[in-house]
Ligand binder design. Sequence first.
Ligand SMILES: *Cc1c(COP(=O)(O)O)cnc(C)c1O
Length: 454
Amino acid sequence: MPTPPLASGPQGPDALRPLLDTVLDALGTGAAARGGPLPADGPEAVAARMRDALGDPLPAEGDPHALHRLVHALAAGSADPADPLCAAHLHTPPLAVATAADLAASILNPSLDSWDQAPAASTLESLVTKALAAELHCADALVTTGGTESNQLAVLLAREAHGGAQLVVGANAHHSLHRAAWLLGLPEPVTVPAPAGTLDPAALDAALTHLQGPRGSLVVAATAGTTDAGLIDPLPDIADLCEAHGARLHIDAAYGGGLLLSDRHRALLDGLDRAHTITLDLHKLGWQPVAAGLLAVRDAQDLTALNHRADYLNADDDTEAGLPDLLGRSLRTTRRPDILKIAVTLKTLGRTGLGALVDQVCALAQDFADLVETHPRFELYDRPTISTVLFRPTDAPDDTVAAVRRNLLHDGRAVMGRARLDGRLWLKTTLLNPHTRPDDLAALLKLVEGTTPR
Ligand SMILES: *Cc1c(COP(=O)(O)O)cnc(C)c1O
């Protein structure tokens, strides 16, 4: 076998063109073989088909058809967020232009741990993160793999700024905050009730009054866009309480942060500008392929905690001679330029284009809520705040709700999530596909109706 061609360099374009055709063809045949939002017949059948397609993962002799075979199999066995009936999670259908930019990132393969691996990419990252940070009224922002890493970093920076941290979270907070406390050797977070799905300020006040931690070591984590219901905590009230009690405020806006892009919905985030740190995921409302996370910090000084030296990446004499020191912009070392797809998207669509996408998915959620509300056999949890709609067949026991979801998953007909709120189990649809039409939503509701035993 001749030495395989590289993606970059002079051979790159000629080597890639036919391979890209292969990929696009396999994506098409795979999606056609699937024929719906996710593969039919459940996990065992999907696993068997994937096992067959893979065969020996490391054969003695290579297989030139591996690209087509595996991409086809993956597409055939995917839950496709571009299908209007795939609407369970914060699982975004990526924009074509963002994905094309991501391909360029893969081809050039800059690594953001040192300037000599990413001369232009490091400048692009610095410019775009500063601009996004400014949108969030912050001084700077780090690129992360997503909300989980952003939340971990936020807790780490709080701990380093105050020599310890006691997290105080709502009962509605993302599980990654609990894991961050565990990972960082901090005490268990104190959990404040969120009876209506959002953090209760009176209960927060009581918790902060009761906690006797040294001033500054209390860290409140509020949520702007809960994963289960898309609800936004009362941010101004929480910010007031944090100020009154000398607590630090982190806002996990992994989901809701994207509302900033919309003139119509931005006001829902009032109070966001009072946070010390903000988590934002552009692989949610932002339509990026994974990964595209950010952690914004109000005080750039907080980031000095991440400064770190490794002679081969940022020797002092290199830094003094003017080579930018990048290592302190992440806890990772080798790091993809996820900023490229973000930059291309922001510039291609502009505020207007991105705001329109946000408005579209929020409007879809309202449409779907209307359908549910006027349907005699369904109950709506509440009017949607962002683009999540929770509903359930009226009077159905929880195990029926769970079974309806699993039946639709098993048959490959629809992907909905589940959420337990007010003590009951709800079907969750997270609408993130701006191409979904009202007819699709009506079809989804009909499917659920047809699957629910009378
Ligand atoms: C999605 C989400 C996270 C986790 O983000 P990942 O990108 O999955 O790591 C954290 N917090 C909230 C509120 C989320 O919705």
